[in-house]
Write a protein that binds this ligand. Structure first.
Ligand SMILES: *Cc1c(COP(=O)(O)O)cnc(C)c1O
Length: 369
C-alpha cells in the first residue's frame, strides 16, 4: 500500500532528539522549545511564537485569547477541519460557516464579507490544501470594522501570499506540526502574532494560567497545552529543511499534474491563485459530475489497487454532531457539499518517490474506467 502521507525524518532531527534524551531535557522546560519558537517567529516574520501541543490547541488558545463574548459571531469556512468550529464554540461564540470557491477550494472574500453582521467579532481564514485565502480584501474590510482576523495556516508552511508568508497575515495565526504537515513534530502546533497582549494571553492559557512571578497563584483559567523539548527538537531539525521540503512538494505537484492533466474526468488543484503559487500540501482532485460514482467509491477502487487516499473535508454545516446541537439546520453551501462528496487526495507525503507517483497516476486513470 502506498501511504497517503509519510513524513521524512532526517539525521538532524535524530541528533537533536537524542540530545534531549542524553541531557534529560524532555519536558517543556528544555531549551529547544524557546529556540524553536524564535526560529519559527523569524521564519514567518512575526514578533511572538508560542509553541503548543497540536494545531487544534493552537486554535483553541488563539480564539480564547480574543476574549469573545457569548453571542459574538465568527465567520469561518465550512470546508475545513472541525478544530476551527470547536475553538469558536469553546470560546462561547457562534460560528458562521461560508462556502468556498470551486477552483481554489478556499473561502472567498465575497462570501466572508457577505456573512458579516453587526455581531461579527472575528473572521477565521483557513488556507486550504496549499493555496492561500485571498487575504487583502478581508484584512482591509476587517480593519475598517475592528473585526479580528484569525489565520489558520496549519496547511500553509512555506506558502506566501503576495510575497508575505502565510502566518504573518492574521492578527493571530496558527500552525500544526502533525506528520502530514510540511514541518512535523509528531504532534505539535504554534501560535504566532505581533500583539504583546495576545501573545501574553496565549502563554498564560498554555500554562494553566500560572502567574509568572508566583507559581501556584493563578490569574486565569488555562489549559496545559505545552510542547515538549522532544517535539521542539524534531521541529528545529524539520525547519532547517523547510525550503527543500517546499521545493520537493512543488515538484511533486507539477509531476502529478503532468501525469494526470490529460484526463478531463478529473479536476486537479489550481497551480496558482491571487498572489500565490500552490505548495500542494496535498494533491487533491475532484471527480467530474459526468462520472457515475462518488469519491468513496473511487477511494475503494484505489485501495484495491494499493493506493492510500483520503476524502476531502466534510463541511462543518453538514456535521451530525453540530446538527444535533440545532446548528446550521437550514444552511446549504453547495460548493462544499459537492467537494465533500466528489473530492479526495492521493499520496502526497515527502517520502513519495517518482516510481510511486507513476504508479499512483496509472492507478487513478485505471480506477476511473
Ligand atoms: C491539521 C489541521 C489543523 C489541526 O492540527 P492538529 O495538529 O492535527 O490538531 C487545523 N486546521 C487545519 C486547516 C488543519 O489542516
Amino acid at each position: 500500500m502506498i501511504p497517503v502521507n509519510e513524513p521524512v525524518i532526517g539525521s538532524r532531527e535524530r541528533e537533536l532528539v537524542l540530545a534531549c534524551l542524553d541531557t534529560g531535557w524532555i519536558s517543556s522546560d528544555g531549551p529547544f522549545v524557546a529556540q524553536f519558537e524564535q526560529r519559527f517567529a523569524r521564519e514567518v516574520g512575526r514578533k511572538h511564537a508560542i509553541a503548543v501541543m497540536n494545531g487544534s490547541a493552537a486554535l483553541d488558545a488563539a480564539v480564547a485569547a480574543l476574549e469573545l463574548s457569548p453571542g459574538d459571531e465568527v465567520v469561518m469556512p465550512t470546508f475545513t477541519i472541525i478544530s476551527c468550529v470547536t475553538a469558536i464554540l469553546r470560546a462561547g461564540a457562534v460560528p458562521v460557516p461560508v462556502d468556498c470557491d470551486p477552483v481554489t477550494w478556499n473561502a472567498t472574500p465575497d462570501a466572508i464579507m457577505a456573512a458579516v453582521t453587526p455581531r461579527t467579532r472575528a473572521i477565521m481564514a483557513v488556507h486550504i490544501y496549499g493555496l492561500p485565502v485571498d487575504m487583502d480584501p478581508i484584512l482591509s474590510f476587517a480593519r475598517e470594522r475592528s473585526i479580528a482576523v484569525i489565520e489558520d495556516a496549519a496547511e500553509a508552511h512555506g506558502l506566501s501570499y503576495r510575497g508575505r508568508p502565510c502566518g504573518s497575515l492574521g492578527d493571530i495565526s496558527t500552525f500544526s506540526f502533525y506528520p502530514n504537515k510540511h514541518v512535523t513534530t509528531g504532534e505539535g502546533g504554534m501560535i504566532v502574532t505581533d500583539s504583546d497582549v495576545l501573545a501574553g494571553r496565549c502563554r498564560s492559557l498554555r500554562n494553566l494560567g500560572f502567574n509568572p512571578e508566583r507559581r501556584f497563584v493563578h490569574d486565569a483559567l488555562g489549559w496545559n497545552l505545552r510542547m515538549t523539548n522532544l517535539q521542539a527538537a524534531l521541529g528545529l531539525g524539520q525547519l532547517e529543511r523547510l525550503g527543500e521540503s517546499i521545493a520537493k512538494k512543488r515538484a511533486m505537484g507539477r509531476r502529478y499534474r503532468e501525469l494526470l492533466q490529460d484526463d478531463n474526468r478529473l479536476q486537479l488543484p489550481a497551480e496558482r491563485s491571487t498572489g500565490a503559487e500552490n505548495v500542494y500540501w496535498v494533491f487533491g482532485m475532484v471527480l467530474n459530475d459526468s462520472l457515475p460514482f462518488d469519491a468513496r467509491e473511487m477511494m475503494r477502487r484505489l485501495s484495491d489497487r494499493g493506493i492510500g487516499t483520503r476524502t476531502f473535508f466534510w463541511g462543518m454545516h453538514e456535521q451530525p454532531v453540530l446538527r444535533r446541537m440545532k446548528m446550521f439546520e437550514t444552511v446549504s453551501l453547495p460548493v462544499a457539499e459537492r467537494l465533500a462528496r466528489r473530492g479526495f487526495y492521493i499520496p502526497s507525503g515527502l517520502a513519495l518517490t517518482e516510481a510511486q507517483m507513476i504508479e499512483v497516476a496509472a492507478a487513478v486513470k485505471d480506477a476511473l474506467n
